[in-house]
Write a protein that binds this ligand. Sequence first.
Ligand SMILES: [Ca+2]
Ligand SMILES: [Ca+2]
Length: 508
Amino acid sequence: MGKKMRILGLSFLLFLSVQNKALAEKKEERSWKDETIYFIMIDRFHNGDKRNDFEVDTKDPSAYHGGDFKGVTEKLDYLKKMGVTAIWMTPVMKNEERGYHGYWTEDFYDTEEHFGSKEDLKILVKEAHDLNIKVILDLVVNHTGYKHPWQNDPAKQDWFHPQEEITNWDNQENVENGWLAGLPDLNTENPETRNYLLDMAEYWIKETDIDGYRLDTVKHVPKNFWIEFSERVKKVKPDFYLIGEVWHNDPRYIAEYNKAGIQSFVDYPLFNEMVRIFRQTGQSLSELNSVWERNKYYYEDPYMLGNFIDNHDNIRFVREVLLKQEDPEKRLKMALTYLYTAPGIPILYQGTEHMMDGAKDPDNRRMMDFDQNKEIETFTAKLGELRQKHPALRRGDFSLIKEDRAKAVFKRSYKNETVFIVFNNDKKDGTVSFSDRDLQKHDLLDVMTKDTVNVKGEKAELFLKGEAAHVYLLQKDKGSPIMFTVLGAAAVFMIGFLIFLYRKRIRT
Ligand SMILES: [Ca+2]
Ligand SMILES: [Ca+2]
C-alpha cells in the first residue's frame, strides 16, 4: 500500500505542475496588446531603390521623395533594435499623380510604382516576419483619388455617392455619404461596390500575408459595411488585427465601432490630453487617468487601443513644445515615457525617435533623418526594450496612486510584477513621496539608470529632476527565502494529509 500511496502522491504533484505550466503558457501567448507599433510613411522613410525615383523632388513637400518597399526592408534591423514588433505602413496601392502619401487610390489591385512591385512588398512582409515583426497596411475604402477613372465609366455611375461635400459634421448620414475634402465617396451600400471592396481587402491578405489593417476614415463608412468587412478578413486570418481611425474626441462615439468588429482604434482623446499635458511644464497629469477610466468603461478591450503622440495628420509634438517655448528634449522624453508605460499599444510615428519637428501637413511628413538625434533614439529603444521585458507595462492594471499638482505616480501590476511610473512635470527639481502597501520589505529599481532606491516601511521618497519621468520596478521580497520555506512546509503537510485521508478511506 505504501508504494501505491507514494505513486499516487507523485502523480498528483506531476498533474498539478503540468497543468500549471500549460495554463501559464496559454496565458502568455503573444497577443496584439503586447505589440509596439512603428508607423511608416513609405515615401518619406528610406529610399532603397533609385530606379523608381521618377517625379521625385525632395524640395517640394507635396511631391514624391523616393522612399519605397526596399527602403523599409533595409531598415527592418533598425526597427528591431528600436524594440518595434509591428509596423503600420501608409497605403501601398497605386495612386494618382502626387499621391505620395497613398490616400488617393487609382488602382485597388496594384502597388504604387514609386514604392515597388507586389514582389517587393511580399519580400518586405516575409523579411519582417522572419524578424518576428508583424505588418499592418493602411486601407482606404471610403473614397478613391480625385480623378479615378470609374467616374467616367457609365457602368460605374452608382459606385459613388452624389457629389456633395460634407457640411454638417454632426449629421452621421452626411458624414458617411458626403464627399470628404472633395474626394469621390464610394457607395458601399451598392452590393457590387461593396463586394469589390471586400474581395480587395481579402486579396491583399492572401497575396502578401499581412497581419492587420489600419482602417482609414472609419466614421465616413456605414457600420454595416464594417460588420461584413470584419467577418470577411477574420475568416482569412482569425487573429487579423483591425485598428480603426475614428477621428473623434468622444470615446463613446469611437467605441460604437467595437460592435462592428473593429477591435482597436487610434486613441484620439488620449492623444489630445498627452499633447496638452506634456508640451508644457506645470500641468497636472490627472486627466490621463480619467481617459483610462473612461476607456475601461466604454471599450471591449482598452488594452488594444493604439496610443500616439505624433502622426501624419497633426502638428508634430516637438513643434507643439516649441510653440510653448519649452525644452523639446525634456518634454519629449516625458511624453515617450508615458506612451510606452501606459496601458494600450504604443504607436511611434517615424522620426519621433529623432526629435523631428514639423508644422501641419505636409511639413509633419519630412523625409526621415536616421542620424538627427542619437540621444532620443537610444532613449526610445530603451523604452521599447522595457515594454517587451516587463509584462506589467503591457498587461498590468493601471492606477494613479499619488497626485500632487504637476507630480504624479502611476502603479501597474501584472501577476507578481509591479512597476511605479513617476513624473515630475514641474520645471524645478523636487521630491515625490508616496506610500503603498506593496513597498513593505521591498526596494525599488530604476530600470533606466539601474539605481536602487531604499524604501522605509511602506513609504518611498524619490528625488526627481525637473521635467523628468522614471520607471521603478518593485524588487523581489527581501524575506522571500523564508516565504519559500513556509510554502514548502505547507505543501508537504497538504500531501501528507491527502495520503492520510486516502488510507483512512481504504481502511473503512
Ligand atoms: Ca526610390
Ligand atoms: Ca463615405
